[in-house]
Design a protein around this ligand. Structure first.
Ligand code: KH2
Length: 256
């Protein structure tokens, strides 16, 4: 009996000692799998003509793969499934996602490298009617966000009186405002600044950005070896000026 227990113990111990981190798996396979939505200008954008991704986050993951000496493979995902893609091992990391308390319950996050404000968008012709965020918190108002995003989570907390409309990808949340099916939309300042240029009929409500949000990479919360590696890498790249140059390249200004 004693011998049997010892054999079991040894087996269990050697198993946990051998539990392989993602870091090793990636190095062995020679491939870093990155989950990305391709719908966030200028973070991750998919070119429909070539099916290629580009943007701030694509530069980050390519650089990480390069420094690890492996190839990068982009795995398409959307905001509804971006977290479950990590927990079900569809990819090793995501491109940038906003840290939220809800997401952090099930997935890990790396350290952050960018902070943005959330802004509200309405039709320019409705700015007088909706001059503040609070004016959008009204039972006659419809607010559009994308299903599974941090903005959807935020809208539920802030616009308690309004009607909330969650748009499922590939449909775009801001199109609801353009088409008059929603009165307002909340999104990252990063995206909003671009949207008002592309669609001059849209305007940002001028009473300021809300709740600075931090961007980071989603990663398995049970794999500390892999998480530590990516955090070390972020620290090294911050110190080398890589992130500063990249923010400049994409015209991004972190709130920090
Ligand atoms: S978040 C990403 O991690 N955004 O904050 C939100 O949930 C991305 C602002 C959906 C692309 C479409 C742009 C909304």
């Amino acid at each position: 009996m004693k011998k049997f227990i010892i054999t079991i113990l040894i087996t269990v111990l050697s198993f946990s000692a051998n539990a392989e981190s993602r870091l090793n798996k990636i190095l062995k396979s020679g491939e870093l799998r990155v989950g990305t939505t391709g719908d966030w200008d200028p973070m991750s954008m998919k070119d429909p003509a070539t099916n290629q991704y580009k943007g701030f986050d694509i530069d980050i993951s390519s650089e990480l793969a390069k420094d690890m000496g492996v190839k990068v493979k982009y795995v398409p995902t959307d905001w509804k499934t971006i977290v479950s893609g990590i927990t079900s091992d569809r990819y090793d990391i995501s491109t940038s996602a906003t840290k939220t308390a809800k997401r952090a319950l099930v997935a890990g996050f790396t350290n952050s490298y960018y902070k943005y404000g959330t802004v509200a968008l309405v039709l320019k012709k409705n700015l007088k009617k909706f001059p503040t965020w609070e004016s959008l918190n009204n039972k006659n108002v419809t607010i559009a966000t994308t299903l599974g995003t941090s903005q959807e989570e935020m809208a539920k907390k802030i616009f308690v009186k309004s009607k909330l409309k969650s748009i499922e990808a590939p449909a775009r949340d801001f199109q609801e405002v353009l088409a008059g099916r929603a009165d307002g939309h909340i999104t990252s300042s990063t995206e909003a600044n671009k949207l008002v240029v592309t669609y001059p009929q849209l305007a940002i409500i001028p009473d300021g950005g809300k709740n600075p949000a931090v961007l980071a990479i989603l990663i398995d919360q049970n794999d500390q070896v892999w998480l530590n590696y990516v955090n070390h890498w972020i620290e090294i790249k911050k110190a080398s000026g890589f992130f500063k140059d990249l923010l400049k390249k994409y015209g991004l200004k972190s709130l920090e």
